[in-house]
Design a protein around this ligand. Structure first.
Ligand SMILES: Nc1nc2c(ncn2[C@@H]2O[C@H](COP(=O)(O)OP(=O)(O)O)[C@@H](O)[C@H]2O)c(=O)[nH]1
Ligand SMILES: [Mg+2]
Length: 304
């Protein structure tokens, strides 16, 4: 299966749930009345977009419907895709778009940081970039081995130290080594679990400070979120953004969740661009983000 179909297949559960609820609403009456708008808002909320994003989208659609004289629900549905797409923030492509950079991947345990770091290393290497990986998750030996496996798969150099090393020092050494070999993309995987979440944030803040001080390249902080965690993922995103001032988000596990709306909620609440989408466990299962494509994945294509 190609990447695009894996993505659309992945969002199928979100989309089917949406279409089912939407059909109930449309069968009731084709008129665009107050009940229709309330119903539409409810249906959007059910896809995990969050209440405020759903109400913003509906308000904008309502304004457009008045301005352009939409009389039937079908007219409105055709405009829905654009209004959902308008929620997303631009600029996600630039982070890994080719300019030399240091990118740190942060997020809770199991969200897909290591896997995503590996996939990105492979993609960038295939695009002819000079990549180095740094393993700043030094808590578990398994975490270091896991990234080493990805480095081999992607055929890129990795900087890793033994378990228990100071993660900030590993970052420092990774950047140093990157400069020696002329790397134009330094990808650093970080830990997702410490004793408490405030320990984690404190450690990450220290890592980020050291990296920014040492770096001669732009530094980007990218949060990796697991789509299947829905509104919990949004809460985590807020916490990370407050502590670290993120630059972008990657959403993983979009292959097979009914919670694809989380991407809209993250964009709406945090005003952060989406950098990539994870659509499987394999090396190639990483997709570029496109706002209209994503909106169509969520709600389907209403004969546009
Ligand atoms: N289905 C699916 N699984 C994923 C995806 N990304 C990561 N995973 C899986 O999620 C689990 C945790 O991933 P890992 O990269 O170790 O997470 P980390 O703890 O944040 O580093 C692993 O079993 C991965 O194979 C994805 O996009 N889709
Ligand atoms: Mg990991």
């Amino acid at each position: 299966m190609g990447l695009f179909s894996r993505f659309t297949e992945g969002l199928a559960r979100t989309r089917e749930a949406f279409r089912e609820d939407m059909n109930l609403l449309l069968n009731r009456s084709p008129e665009v009345d107050d009940d229709f708008w309330d119903g539409l808002e409810e249906v959007l909320i059910m896809s995990d977009m969050g209440g405020y994003s759903a109400s913003t989208i509906v308000d904008r659609l309502r304004g457009e419907a008045t301005r352009k004289g939409y009389r039937t629900a079908d007219d409105v549905m055709r405009a829905l895709n654009d209004q959902i797409a308008a929620e997303f923030v631009e600029g996600g492509q630039e982070i890994l778009g080719g300019d030399p950079a240091i990118v740190l991947f942060v997020g809770v345990n199991g969200s897909g940081k290591t896997t995503t770091t590996g996939k990105i290393a492979k993609q960038a290497k295939d695009d002819g970039r000079s990549v180095i990986l740094g393993c700043a998750d030094t808590f578990r030996a398994a975490a270091i081995e896991q990234l080493e496996v990805w480095a081999k798969r992607a055929n890129v150099e990795i900087c890793a130290r033994e378990r228990g090393s100071d993660p900030a020092s590993v970052c420092f050494e990774t950047i140093e080594r990157g400069e020696q070999i002329g790397a134009d993309l330094v990808l650093i995987d970080t830990a997702g679990r410490l004793h408490t979440s405030s320990d984690l944030m404190r450690e990450l803040e220290k890592v980020v400070t050291v990296v920014r001080k040492r770096a001669n390249l732009p530094v980007h902080l990218v949060l990796v979120i697991d789509a299947t965690t829905g509104q919990n993922g949004l809460q985590q995103a807020r916490e990370f953004n407050n502590a670290l001032d993120l630059d972008g988000v990657i959403i993983t596990k979009l292959d097979g969740t009914a919670k694809g709306g989380i991407a809209v909620a993250v964009a709406h609440y945090l005003k952060l661009p989406i950098v990539k989408l994870g659509v499987g466990e394999g090396l190639e299962d990483l997709k570029d983000f496109d706002a209209h494509e994503y909106a169509a994945g969520l709600v389907g294509d209403f004969g546009q």
